[in-house]
Write a protein of this length. Structure first.
Ligand code: G3P
Length: 220
């Protein structure tokens, strides 16, 4: 099943009670379509969101440390204990070192958490695929939040990332993100070989989030 993962980032429209309402809207829409839909609310809203919906809830970031003397850190074990399904790793707005990404992907495998490693180009997609995460999400940073869909602006990056990742490990699923907002963008991504999309502003910042969600998955 193709995936649609929605990252709430630190947008006001996706925080606090609004995070719960938005996640509920995602859940409602997910029942009507043949997409795997999941949400990534802010850390502080994870528990409330998980209490409000049954769809998969992901963290937006995890630190490459275990329990211990690490003030302000979020460990994979903490996410597991809370019932979080997985996490974005190395998002463009929260980059990590290669060794940290490797640590997290291995630890997630051990804990049965879903890893979504974000990348910025074909070369880093190859490097991420070599770690065999569950997903790699290719997102050219210059298109993030731009409203210009990567699937139209840089189709070759998506296509070549899919090819490169599958050549290295055919079990790695490849998402694309940046500027995705419409069903046309999603279909274009899938036509380029992607296993789904990762997006934020097109839904979270929309005037009518429910309508934007319905448009995104082809219900309107
Ligand atoms: O994590 C998704 C993201 O970085 C893409 O953002 O606003 O272009 O959909 P956006």
């Amino acid at each position: 099943m193709k995936a649609v993962i929605i990252n709430f980032k630190a947008y006001e429209e996706g925080s606090g009670e609004r995070a719960v309402s938005l996640a509920k809207a995602v859940e409602d829409v997910s029942k009507k379509v043949d997409f795997y839909m999941a949400v990534c609310p802010p850390f502080v809203d994870l528990s409330d969101v998980m209490g409000g919906v049954e769809i998969d809830v992901f963290a937006q970031h995890t630190d490459a440390v275990s329990y211990g003397s690490h003030t302000g850190r979020i460990t994979p074990e903490m996410l597991k204990e809370k019932g979080v399904k997985g996490s974005l790793i190395n998002h463009s707005e929260r980059r990590l070192r290669l060794a940290d990404i490797d640590y997290l992907v291995s630890k997630f495998r051990e804990l049965e958490l879903i890893s979504v490693v974000c990348t910025n180009n074909v070369a880093t997609t190859k490097a991420a695929a070599a770690l065999s995460p569950d997903y790699v999400a290719i997102e050219p940073p210059e298109l993030i939040g731009s409203g210009i869909p990567v699937s139209k602006a840089e189709p070759e990056v998506v296509e070549n990332s899919v090819k490169a990742a599958k050549e290295i490990d055919s079990s790695v699923k490849v998402l694309c993100g940046a500027g995705i907002a419409t069903y046309e963008d999603v279909v274009a991504a899938i036509d380029l070989g992607a296993d789904g999309v990762l997006l934020a502003s097109g839904v979270v910042k929309a005037k009518d989030q429910k309508k934007a969600l319905e448009e995104l998955v082809g219900l309107r």
